[in-house]
Design a protein around this ligand. Structure first.
Ligand SMILES: [Fe+2]
Ligand SMILES: [Fe+2]
Length: 159
């Protein structure tokens, strides 16, 4: 690949990074969202880092396919806003894997006004572990990016 091509790719990446940053800026300033820093996720990352990763990848894939990348980025950033340590503080509602999406949605709605798609993204991100099927392509993409990022985060930590 030539220098011009590499430079072109870097410019696109920078543009995407800045656009994504602007889309989630309001959410990233919120103290409830920032509390996700307190919780470790997938062993080596914080919950906030994980949600940011899922948000960025979901934004890129949805943008590529001409989908609603703004709702995807916002919903993905909030998808794990459950705010407890699931290893040490199990919830009485049930097993973490089955209940945390509903808890995250409730926490998100306490702070933000979310559209239908953003709510669906949070609520259905554990599909197919939970049986609630995504209603939108964007929800499916966030669910896939969640698994992709989780595997990547765990793998990078072990290298
Ligand atoms: Fe989750
Ligand atoms: Fe997640």
């Amino acid at each position: 690949m030539g220098f011009e091509a590499v430079l072109g790719r870097l410019k696109v990446k920078k543009k995407e990074f800045i656009e994504h940053h602007h889309i989630i800026a309001e959410l990233m300033e919120d103290e409830t969202v920032l509390r996700m820093k307190e919780f470790r996720h997938h062993h080596f990352t914080t919950c906030l880092d994980h949600c940011h990763n899922v948000s960025y990848h979901s934004y890129k894939v949805c943008r590529f396919f001409g989908l609603d990348y703004i709702s995807a980025a916002r919903g993905a950033l909030l998808h794990d806003l459950f705010l407890y340590n699931w290893r040490t503080d199990p919830r009485e509602e049930g097993m973490h894997a089955f209940v945390h999406a509903d808890i995250a949605l409730k926490n998100a709605l306490d702070v933000f006004e979310l559209n239908e798609m953003e709510q669906d993204i949070i609520e259905k991100h554990m599909w197919p572990v939970t049986l609630k099927r995504p209603r939108f392509f964007e929800s499916l993409i966030v669910s896939l990016m969640d698994k992709y990022c989780a595997v990547k985060e765990i793998a990078i930590g072990w290298i």
